[in-house]
Design a protein around this ligand. Structure first.
Ligand SMILES: Cc1cc2nc3c(=O)[nH]c(=O)nc-3n(C[C@H](O)[C@H](O)[C@H](O)COP(=O)(O)O)c2cc1C
Length: 399
């Protein structure tokens, strides 16, 4: 077993253990992958101010996200098909998050169902909703999330139609995988994964099969999902869903200040600045570059979170310093899951906690709730596309 000291160690292990089609599914962005790459690369533009001779005892990482207490401001973002990265993957990840004290978000496109996850956890988790054309399915899945005592509904707004990821098409991505010759040759080297998968019944989209009309097997499932994402989703429908749900609502996939104002206006509890991990609109800006403009537009009216490109606790600190109240990780926890199952998700969270805590201390700060831009050194190039939204006197005082 290699010594794991950073998230990228988990990615390398994940790559060795999981069939190529599922590794590629996680580790890709749409079209040229520019946005996918910049989500991580743009964090490197931001540098940190080292401060010394500050009493560092009694540091605190705990805070709240969308009204929920969290051990650190890092939620597990919804990721589809994680039950294919590791058998019963969503249950494993939810348990790791619960033990750690951070929120787990179950995707609509999960392998384990809402009921499966609820049955195997003790605390409420969050449920992510994709809006489908089938109104009956929509109403029932919201009811199912309520019955499972999910404590927030995360409504994803940036996937009315699917961005193209070349590798998924070339690999013939499906759950479970179709046993073509290249797939079988690949599986021959991933026997640990195969053995685990044979030991579980959960190999289809658990929230859909048996719940959507006429979807009972893999073929009908593929046809159903392909035509179901609702391209008509608009702010009126967002308002209706808010009423149908009646609880904490988080809007995910906001990347523009105008849309952020709408999110605040409909009365959502939080929004997530996100470009779906660079998997939807290739050419869109990275989340970290957009974040300050959205905090400036609505930060006093709605909680602003962000995701996209977070691979370390340092990235978390940078996002908090630019005004995010909380951050979400996608691939970072999926690498851990694919590498080592539940223990791998815990390891990912521990790595991030350690990096966040150490970085905060070396920047001379003791509490995640008090981080601000003063801990950062930001080059002019960072503001190339969206200029610093703060008024001039404020900017001058800070520099
Ligand atoms: C493999 C994969 C599947 C995803 N599936 C979903 C999903 O089902 N629902 C959703 O709202 N977002 C989904 N996302 C987006 C994540 O929730 C999150 O926005 C993104 O992963 C953040 O970027 P990061 O992976 O760089 O942390 C997915 C992301 C990945 C990588």
């Amino acid at each position: 077993m290699p010594v794991i000291t950073e998230i990228d160690d988990l990615r390398r292990l994940f790559r060795r253990r999981v069939p190529r089609m599922f590794y590629d599914y996680a580790e890709s962005g749409s079209w040229t992958e520019q946005t996918f790459r910049e989500n991580t690369a743009d964090f490197d533009l931001l540098r940190l101010r080292q401060r010394v001779a500050v009493d560092m005892e009694g540091r605190n990482l705990a805070t709240t996200m969308a009204g929920q207490e969290v051990a650190m401001p890092v939620a597990l973002a919804p990721v589809g098909l994680t039950g294919m990265q590791s058998a019963d993957g969503e249950i494993k990840a939810a348990r790791a998050a619960e033990a750690f004290g951070v929120p787990f978000t179950l995707s609509t496109m999960s392998i384990c169902s809402i009921e499966d996850v609820a049955e195997h956890t003790d605390k409420p988790f969050w449920f992510q909703l994709y809006v489908m054309r089938d109104e009956d399915f929509l109403r029932r899945i919201i009811e199912r999330a309520r019955a499972a005592k999910c404590s927030a509904l995360v409504l994803t707004l940036d996937l009315q139609i699917l961005g193209q990821r070349h590798r998924d098409l070339k690999n013939g991505l499906s759950a479970p995988p179709k046993l073509t010759l290249p797939v079988m040759l690949d599986l021959a080297t991933k026997w640990g994964w195969g053995r685990e998968m044979l030991g579980t019944k959960r190999r289809f989209f658990g929230n859909i099969v048996g719940h959507a009309k006429d979807v009972g097997d893999a073929a009908s499932l593929m046809a159903w999902t392909a035509e179901q994402f609702d391209p008509r989703l608009d702010w009126d429908k967002v308002r209706r869903i808010k009423e149908m749900w009646g609880g904490t609502l988080i809007l995910k996939g906001i990347l523009d200040a105008e849309d952020a104002r709408m999110a605040a206006e409909v009365g959502a509890d939080a929004l997530v600045v996100s470009n779906h991990g660079g998997r939807q609109l290739d050419g869109a800006l990275s989340s970290i570059r957009v974040l300050p403009s959205i905090v400036a537009a609505v930060g006093d009216r709605i909680e602003v979170h962000m995701d996209g490109g977070i691979r370390s606790g340092q990235d978390v600190l940078k996002a908090l310093a630019l005004g995010a109240r909380g951050t979400w990780i996608g691939r970072a926890w999926v690498y851990g899951l694919g590498a080592l199952g539940q223990a791998g998700v815990t390891t990912a969270l521990e790595l991030i906690r350690k990096e966040l805590d150490t970085t905060m201390a070396l920047c001379g700060r003791k509490d995640v709730r008090d981080l601000d831009r003063d801990v950062l050194l930001i080059p002019p190039a960072f503001w190339d596309y969206l200029p610093d939204p703060r008024p001039e006197p404020e900017r001058r005082n800070a520099s």
